[in-house]
Write a protein that binds this ligand. Structure first.
Ligand code: PLP
Length: 392
């Protein structure tokens, strides 16, 4: 890859922060298993516990409520295996929630509003329908959506669930570092985080459980993580996660710069293409994410053109390798398929500057203009005619 690159795909993964790299290098130069009682082991243990403190602080939880996992996918799978009668979740949730819940035949889908919010009456009805079950019901409510950035009122979901005797889990992977987290007052019983979305290394995450009430261990063997999660701790990755959490916490309490960049980006887009659809523009959103579709384009083509012009964005949920299709999240929100197919995701983060936004705008206006069969945009085009324009 040559030339300047503009990376605007933080929701897929964030660049490794220098603080995380340094913490990892320091951990790598040490020998010692955190379970060993000798000095080497104790040093490794200290690194893990320091990182636990940082991750707990980021989440607004206590250190004894945090268990490290191999990432959010493991933590979410673990939660689904908690011995539930039913799992209630909207189609907004990550596949790491929906797939195992479906496979175990526990999933009951909750409706989603046009604005991308979990429909509370639908949730209440599903909770009532689950009331007679012998085991508890689990409700999933993500804090922020990876594709649109739309946030959920997790406190309201958790209050409703608790009133009906159910347990609530929240996927805070995309909210961490973008908005302040406060596990203690959120009301959810379980929370999941991932290191690589906040500038830490990949392959490490955490499950956070109120008062240490974790589901039965998914991975058993040795007594690590107070018997909650067996396997020698990935000390290097955990060290990097801790350092990234420290930085992310500082930023999440002052994300006005990120919001200003995103809002400026959206304003320029509206000016250039008034017909562009910004998904969830009127909904509460995390400040770094923009999902945008230009009628008559396809996300895949626009993303490829942007890539060739040096700009990295996502065409659909980029968590799963190379998968491009109509997003089930956008479908759940009732977005017309022509628009859903056109939506690209632009996500900002700690390294994003005004230069990146300018580079994106230049490349994007070129990509969507050239994408139009008729050439340049004409002021007399109506939104309806653009929706009906033939695709590329
Ligand atoms: N949850 C959300 C909302 C995500 O965006 C992702 C991204 O991949 C995950 C869970 C899975 O995280 P991990 O890559 O740590 O397994």
């Amino acid at each position: 890859m040559t030339g300047r690159r503009t990376y605007l795909d933080y929701n897929a993964t964030a660049p490794l922060r220098s603080e995380a790299r340094e913490a990892m290098l320091a951990a790598m130069s040490l020998t010692g298993n955190p379970s060993s009682v000798h000095a080497e082991g104790r040093r490794a243990r200290a690194i893990v516990e320091e990182a636990r403190n940082e991750v707990a602080a980021l989440a607004g939880a206590r250190p004894d409520e945090v268990v490290f996992t191999s990432g959010a996918t493991e933590a979410l799978n673990w939660v689904t295996r908690g011995g539930w009668s039913r799992i209630l979740a909207a189609r907004l949730e990550h596949p790491a929630v929906l797939e195992p819940s479906r496979r175990d035949d526990l999933l009951r889908e909750i409706a989603v509003s046009k604005e991308g919010a979990i429909d509370l009456p639908s949730l209440a009805a599903a909770l009532d329908a689950s009331a007679e079950q012998p085991l508890p019901t689990l409700v999933f409510a993500q804090l922020a959506n990876n594709e649109t950035g739309i946030t959920q009122d997790v406190a309201a979901v958790a209050a409703l669930a608790r009133a009906k005797g159910a347990v609530t889990a929240t996927d805070a992977v995309q909210a961490a570092g973008r908005i302040a987290l406060d596990f203690a007052s959120l009301g959810a019983d379980l929370m999941v985080l991932s290191s690589h979305k906040i500038g830490g290394p990949k392959g490490v995450g955490a499950l956070i459980a109120r008062d240490g009430r974790f589901p039965p261990a998914l991975i058993s063997g040795g007594g690590q993580e107070r018997r909650r999660r067996a396997g020698t701790e990935n000390v290097e990755a955990i060290a990097g996660f801790g350092a990234a959490a420290h930085e992310a916490r500082r930023e999440a309490t002052g994300t006005s710069h990120m919001r200003a960049l995103r809002d400026n980006l959206e304003e320029q887009i509206r000016h250039l293409r008034p017909d562009a659809v910004i998904v969830g523009a009127a909904s509460p959103r995390i400040p770094n994410t923009m999902a945008i579709g230009v009628p008559g384009t396809t996300a895949e083509t626009v993303a490829i053109k942007l890539d060739l012009a040096g700009v990295a964005v996502s065409a659909g949920a980029a968590c799963s390798s190379g998968k491009v299709g109509v997003s089930s999240v956008l479908a759940a929100m009732g977005l017309p398929v022509e628009i859903a197919r056109a939506v690209i995701r632009v996500s900002l983060g700690h390294g994003t500057s005004e230069t990146d936004i300018a580079a994106f705008i230049a490349a994007w206006s070129d990509a969507v203009t050239k994408a139009r069969p008729g050439g340049r945009v004409h002021a007399h085009d109506t939104a309806a005619s653009r929706v009906a324009a033939p695709g590329e």
